[in-house]
Design a protein around this ligand. Structure first.
Ligand code: 13P
Ligand code: SF4
Length: 302
């Protein structure tokens, strides 16, 4: 029996659903029931009737699925699928920033751990960050951990952001430089430049389209243009090529790879279902507090 068939059989036996992020390996995306961005995956996690969620993404995403489904078993197939940006903001650090800025509301990027989310007024993703921040009640808003996403928010929203930490970033996106933009523009003069807001400000400013991974996919599918430079993690190109056959997609840099996302393989997905590993566990009181900000994001995103 092939690995794919084994996964499908185990999935049926356990009444499981497989959710995968747009940066996952092609073969993992292909076995998933739903592939999406952080926001879409959170929404999908609230809809499933499955008993088990196998989350093919990184730690904070699987935690979000668990927070939204405390009664379900949520599995992340690799213990090493850890987002380095989410590690940049600790509970103690955020508490200190909140103490130094009393009265400010706090919007946290979904790329944070559950105990940190528990301190937020509201959560946001790259699909809705400006919309969420602009709906906060205070003029000053504590925002973190991604200062590049903060720049994207500041461009369209008149709130003053206080960063926590001071200059957090995603290593995969932050390493994309203007030289990459210039090289790609020169090599593909007819291509449209799409960029994720985790990229640096100057790279964002050079973009023809800025958005979350799913927003980039929607834009490329619906556009009349035929060629696109992809200013985000390369894993997205698999879905782009599947959903927009006949169009051409060029990575902005061969280095735009998130190694932690690639930790999940088909074999690990099979083992997750077979050996029930690795189960996401979060204390109930933390989940209850973290859920408030996630739920508020969903309400304010409508
Ligand atoms: P989105 O898929 O929500 O755009 O996020 C990208 C990302 O880096 C998630 O870690
Ligand atoms: Fe984290 Fe960046 Fe990887 Fe997304 S792409 S999971 S933000 S390291």
């Amino acid at each position: 029996m092939s690995l794919e068939d084994e996964i499908l059989r185990l999935k049926r036996d356990r009444n499981a659903v497989i959710l995968a992020h747009n940066y996952q390996r092609p073969e993992v995306q292909d076995i998933a029931d739903f592939v999406g961005d952080s926001y879409g995956l959170s929404v999908e996690a609230t809809k499933t009737g499955a008993d088990v969620i196998v989350f093919c993404g990184v730690d904070f995403m699987a935690q979000t699925a668990k927070i939204l489904n405390p009664e379900k078993t949520v599995l992340i197939p690799s213990r090493h699928a850890l987002c380095p940006m989410a590690m940049l903001l600790t509970k103690n650090e955020l508490e200190q920033v909140q103490k130094n800025n009393p009265g400010c509301e706090t919007v946290l990027y979904v790329n944070t751990h559950a105990d940190v989310k528990a301190l937020a007024t509201c959560i946001c993703t790259s699909a809705n960050a400006p919309k969420i921040v602009s709906q906060m009640k205070t003029d000053m808003v504590i925002f973190g951990p991604d200062a590049n996403l903060g720049y994207f928010v500041s461009k369209t929203c008149d709130k003053k952001l206080v960063y926590a930490p001071e200059a957090g970033f995603c290593p995969t996106h932050h390493q994309i430089e203007m030289v990459d933009v210039e090289r790609a523009r020169k090599k593909y003069p007819n291509a449209v430049l799409t960029v994720h807001p985790e990229c640096q400000p100057q790279v964002q400013d050079a973009a023809d389209f800025l958005g979350s991974t799913t927003q980039i996919i929607k834009y490329c599918v619906e556009s009349d243009e035929k060629e696109f430079i992809v200013g985000t993690e390369m894993g997205i190109i698999h879905r782009l090529e599947r959903e927009a056959p006949g169009k051409k997609f060029y990575p902005i840099s061969e280095m735009a790879v998130c190694p932690t996302m690639k930790n999940i393989t088909l074999e690990k997905v099979r083992n997750a279902l077979l050996k029930n590993r690795f189960e996401v566990e979060i204390p109930k009181d933390v989940m209850d507090r973290a859920r408030v900000g996630i739920q508020r994001m969903m309400d304010l995103s409508k």
